[in-house]
Ligand binder design. Structure first.
Ligand code: HGY
Ligand code: MN
Ligand code: MN
Length: 418
């Protein structure tokens, strides 16, 4: 092993600097119980973006912004024209977000750059640290919208025309926050992509393990249902004459839960959003709009869950004399990551002395989109009690540092490859 190899092998990130940056970013859009709310393309998202772009520039990265607002910070390599090794994630959050979901992947990437800068190491391949627009999809569906557009899975004009749950149009919001960029869409084309992320589930925490080498992401099916019944007087209308959209919404909530329980395995189902109209105590609801989130690691089983829901809706509409229409908000098949990159993550983790296992991802991630265009995998660190999308989201500082160290050495390996 030559001097440089010995130096880089001993390299470790600065955990305190990483935790300090996570705290500083979390202060933007801070909510009670040390949570975070930076919905995509909101003014808080703009403030978070400005802070991270400032850090990119301080670290000497060349910053580019594409037309959907994805941001890339590039660090030169000795092989100037070689395709870069890319890392990154997202800094938009859900409304009840924590400080690590997405943010760890972006700030972990900046910590890798800071560590290499401090050590005066230039990698063979350039490195890129990215954050992608609207990963959460909570305001503008689908989720992973920015990375999906980056890999050509969604046409730019269609992405820009997306309407938010609050009625705003994505392109206009992007212009308002000043992140409608001009860099070529789809650039840079990465040699490989590695995303550091909290697990957001309980597996690593329960098993007392530090690192998850993520092999795959489950399939996702998001639908918006609109039920049109008939508003009527809650006191005078006989039960047999009601066309109660609120009751139908409740039946659907119960059905999806029962469906997941009955299918068992990896099937999960959630109705996370329900709006009733007119939403008044003494009026039978005329209309109900709700969302259904179905997921499974097996595409055939996910199709079965969707088909069984569709049959239930038909029967419910008939029984209750209501009209039920559905609109797909997101539909992504399960994704298998590159076994070579997964192996590198596992080998690096072992070399650094971290306990680890192969693991699946229940959540969607930008990496599942980058996997369409280059060898990709993810590094998970434990979520205490598996809590996420909740201000109580927590990961031990030692685990944050471990994840960033595995990211550092995985990127070093990938960046030295021909
Ligand atoms: O919904 C998800 O899985 C991710 O948080 N966007
Ligand atoms: Mn995330
Ligand atoms: Mn999330």
């Amino acid at each position: 092993m030559n001097m440089e190899d010995r130096t880089s092998a001993a390299l470790r990130i600065d955990g305190e600097r990483l935790v300090a940056r996570l705290a500083e970013l979390a202060a933007i859009g801070a909510i009670e119980n040390s949570g975070c709310c930076r919905l995509a393309l909101s003014d808080d998202d703009r403030r978070g973006r400005d802070l991270v772009v400032g850090w990119m520039r301080e670290l000497g990265l060349e910053v580019s912004i594409d037309p959907i607002g994805n941001v890339f910070g590039r660090r030169a390599g000795s092989a100037a024209d070689a395709a870069p090794v890319m890392t990154g994630s997202h800094i938009d959050t859900v409304r009840t977000g924590g400080r690590y979901d997405g943010n760890l992947g972006v700030l972990g990437g900046l910590e890798v750059v800071a560590t290499l800068n401090d050590a005066g190491i230039t990698t063979r391949r350039p490195l890129v640290v990215a954050f992608f627009t609207d990963e959460e999809g909570a305001r503008f569906a689908p989720d992973m919208l920015g990375s999906l557009t980056h890999v050509g899975g969604l046409a730019l004009d269609q992405a820009l025309a997306t309407v938010a749950i609050d009625g705003k149009v994505l392109g206009a919001e992007l212009t308002t926050i000043g992140y409608a960029g001009t860099a070529a869409l789809g650039e840079p084309r990465a040699h490989a992509f590695v995303e550091l992320h909290i697990e957001q589930g309980p597996v690593l925490n329960i098993e007392g393990l530090t690192i998850g080498a993520v092999e795959n992401v489950q399939g996702i099916s998001w639908q918006e249902l609109e039920i049109v019944g008939q508003s009527n007087h809650a006191g005078t209308t006989p039960m047999r004459l009601r066309h109660d959209a609120g009751y139908c919404a409740g039946e659907i909530v119960h059905f999806v839960r029962s469906l997941a329980r009955e299918m068992q395995g990896n099937q999960v189902a959630t109705v996370g959003k329900i709006d009733l109209f007119p939403n008044l105590i003494n009026v039978i609801a005329a209309r109900a709009t709700l969302t259904v989130d179905l997921r499974n690691t097996d595409e055939q089983l996910l199709l079965e869950a969707e088909a069984r829901l569709a049959a239930f809706l038909l029967q419910l509409a008939r029984d209750e004399g209501v009209k039920i229409s559905t609109r797909s908000l997101a539909r992504f098949e399960p994704v298998n990551f590159d076994q070579g990159v997964v192996r590198t993550i596992a080998e690096v983790s072992a070399r650094l002395g971290y306990s680890q296992r192969r693991i699946s991802s229940g959540a969607g991630h930008d990496a599942q989109m980058l996997a369409r265009v280059c060898p990709t995998a993810m590094i998970f660190v434990p979520s205490i009690k598996g809590i996420s999308h909740n201000p109580a989201e927590e990961t031990a500082a030692a685990d944050l540092a471990a994840g960033a160290n595995v990211l550092l050495h995985t990127m070093l390996e990938l960046a030295s490859a021909e």
